[in-house]
Design a protein around this ligand. Structure first.
Ligand SMILES: *Cc1c(COP(=O)(O)O)cnc(C)c1O
Length: 386
């Protein structure tokens, strides 16, 4: 038995995405910057991908810039704005305590360089407080960066309200939509989003391909300088196959979003109900305002790492935000920010369902997980003291 339930970490490439990419690793190897037909064909393929990505968020093609990852897009958004003319000399950045490290560590680096960074708290469900955000915005605020959906607990932020608020105060709004893109409806114009990060490998596309939406008219300082590709925003010969894969994956996500999100919601509900039947287990994150396939829990009196390793022996891929896996003494910053105690956070378990999961997979998890928890609790001094 093999069940992949870690789709927030990465996803399997869809067959039609791989199919679309193959020619660009074989005979269609032209450099898109060249003038002859082989190069022009690469350029045409890239521009098709640009429009495929743009349509998912209601952007114009020329507002999509390809990058090497979601991480790079996040760096480009924060550094590009704060170092560049778009900031209009302002030095303030507002973000949250639950961002992905691509934002968090970039913001911390900027703070060391002298920028003023505010890290907003979230409530126990992982939501930012709009009043707190409004109070944090000052005359020196250049940019607000708040993720669309959280990768650990799945909580979806009120992006449209945040966008409207930022617009009212005349500050730019970036959202890390790497988890949300292609999984839920996003419209950059309706939601007043000025910059948006996305990544191919979270939507059944290849690793190493991402994009940043930049609202027309915004001028960012490039993070990577060189030959001037991507209209001077991101130099380096383009990863044509990866970009074609991103386009195909975006197209697939766009066409199937409604049915897939309904299907995943149902599977996630069944999985959640089943897991919560394990004694002393709680759901983490928001009970309803969450990504369709995202299930996250804290299981009492077990270690998250042990859960993941024992589940692996049963053929189930899962994830945890507990201490050892984060490489430090502390559990993940997200679990701390939503107010879990260290003890509770130690039992963190994340199961994220995706395009290729079936009801059978959920049944397998619901058969294996309680057995694994029982086994671990039988060895647990904490459990046996009860
Ligand atoms: C995965 C992820 C990223 C990083 O994207 P990569 O393409 O893996 O660099 C950034 N933000 C969030 C919310 C993510 O889930």
């Amino acid at each position: 038995m093999f069940v992949y339930a870690d789709n927030a970490a990465t996803t399997q490439i869809a067959p039609q995405v791989l199919e679309a990419m193959l020619p660009y690793w074989k005979e269609q190897y032209g450099n898109p910057s060249t003038l002859y037909r082989l190069g022009r064909e690469s350029k045409i393929a890239m521009e098709k991908a640009r429009s495929q990505v743009a349509q998912v968020v209601g952007a114009r093609e020329e507002e999509i810039f390809f990058t090497g990852s979601g991480t790079e897009s996040d760096n480009m958004a924060l550094k590009g704005v704060l170092y560049g003319p778009a900031a209009k000399g302002k030095k303030g950045l507002i973000t949250t305590k639950v961002e992905h490290h691509a934002i968090l560590h970039t913001a911390q680096a900027l703070e060391k360089e002298g920028f003023q960074v505010t890290f907003l708290d979230v409530n126990s469900q992982g939501l930012v407080d709009l009043e707190q955000l409004e109070q944090a915005i000052g005359p020196d605020t250049a940019l607000v960066s708040i993720m669309a959906a959280n990768n650990e607990v799945g909580t979806i932020q009120p992006i449209a309200e945040i966008g409207a608020l930022c617009r009212r105060h005349g500050v730019l709004f970036h959202t890390d939509a790497v988890q949300a893109f292609g999984h839920m409806p996003i419209d950059v114009n309706e939601m007043n989003i000025d910059l948006l990060s996305l990544s191919a490998h979270k939507i059944n596309g290849p690793k190493g391909a991402g994009a940043l939406y930049i609202r027309k008219g915004l001028s960012l300082r490039p993070v990577i300088e060189g030959g001037g590709q991507e209209r001077n925003r991101r130099s380096g010969t383009e990863n044509v196959a990866g970009i074609v894969g991103l386009g195909a994956a975006a197209q697939l996500a766009y066409e199937t979003m409604e049915e897939e999100s309904a299907r995943l919601k149902k599977l996630a509900q069944k999985l959640t109900e089943g897991v919560l039947r394990i004694p002393e287990t709680i759901l983490t994150g928001h009970p309803t305002q969450r990504l369709p396939g995202a299930c996250s829990f804290a299981v009492g009196a077990v270690e998250g790492e042990s859960l993941v390793l024992y589940l692996d022996m049963e053929g189930v891929c899962a994830s945890t935000g507990s201490a050892c896996s984060t490489g430090s003494l502390d559990p993940s910053h997200v679990l701390m920010a939503i107010g879990l105690s260290h003890e509770t956070a130690h039992g963190s378990l994340r199961l994220t369902l995706g395009r290729f999961n079936t009801e059978k997979d959920v049944d397998v998890i619901l058969e294996k997980l309680p057995q694994v928890v029982d086994k671990l609790r039988a060895m647990s001094p904490v459990w046996n003291r009860k």
